[in-house]
Design a protein around this ligand. Structure first.
Ligand code: AMP
Length: 218
């Protein structure tokens, strides 16, 4: 079973590239950000805490994330595999995940690092809008990523929405959190010889072509 991890700063294209990889290789897309947003929608005693972490751009506790991910992996049927989008976010999560996989007799197949500058990430984030139904991501300010009809999904024909954490202020905190907590994963996986770097400043299809050449080898 393939288990692929994407490591990237906010707005490097994790969501978009995950969907393309899943479509081509028949993998399941597991986004911890989506798992949190689903947990918030349940409106239970944890929702307020999760909402405040997301909206301030800070990470949710490792304990909660590992619990959410663990139950998602348990529900999963055996199949060709899955992509983790947004997990791990720090070295402790990576260590815990390695032991979780060891117990299941599995290991991480590869880690794809989507490299992008802070300036481009910010431009992408403040204009990001997406389809609540199919998850496709568009950008209000980048011509090649605008929807054909303003604020409407090309595929589903429904109104596009903006994430509450996609603003310049939260972006600053999220980017700093990425540098402090997530970027050390690059070394962690480099040492295991499973890290592949992709230039994510290029247009979507060219980024995907680089990823295909990696996934085809594993
Ligand atoms: P994302 O959808 O991956 O951009 O994540 C949105 C927000 O969810 C992040 O800014 C964090 O607050 C939270 N989050 C997502 N994944 C994790 C994780 N693995 N660990 C901790 N917090 C997370």
């Amino acid at each position: 079973m393939k288990s692929i991890i994407l490591v990237a700063p906010p707005a490097a294209g994790k969501g978009t590239q995950s969907s393309l990889i899943c479509e081509k290789y028949g993998l399941l897309h597991i986004s911890t950000g989506d798992l949190i947003r689903e947990a918030i929608a349940k409106n239970d005693e944890m929702s307020d805490y999760l909402k405040s972490q997301i909206e301030s751009g800070k990470l949710v506790s490792d304990e909660i994330i590992l619990k959410l991910l663990g139950s998602r992996l348990n529900e999963m049927q055996k199949g060709p595999g899955y992509i983790l989008d947004g997990f791990p976010r720090n070295v402790n999560q990576a260590i815990q995940y390695d032991s979780m996989l060891k117990e299941m007799n599995e290991k991480v197949s590869c880690v794809i690092y989507l490299a992008i500058s802070k300036e481009l990430a910010e431009k992408r984030i403040v204009g990001r809008i997406s389809c609540p139904k199919c998850g496709r991501v568009y950008n209000e300010f980048i011509a090649e990523n605008q929807p054909k009809i303003e604020n409407t999904c090309d595929e589903c024909g429904i109104e596009l929405t903006k994430r509450s954490d996609d603003n310049a202020e939260t972006f600053g905190v999220r980017f700093q959190t990425y540098l402090d907590e997530t970027a050390p994963l690059i070394d962690y996986y480099k040492k295991q010889n499973i890290l592949y770097e992709v230039d994510s400043t290029l247009p979507t299809d060219q980024v995907f072509a680089q990823i295909e050449s990696i996934v085809d080898q594993i």
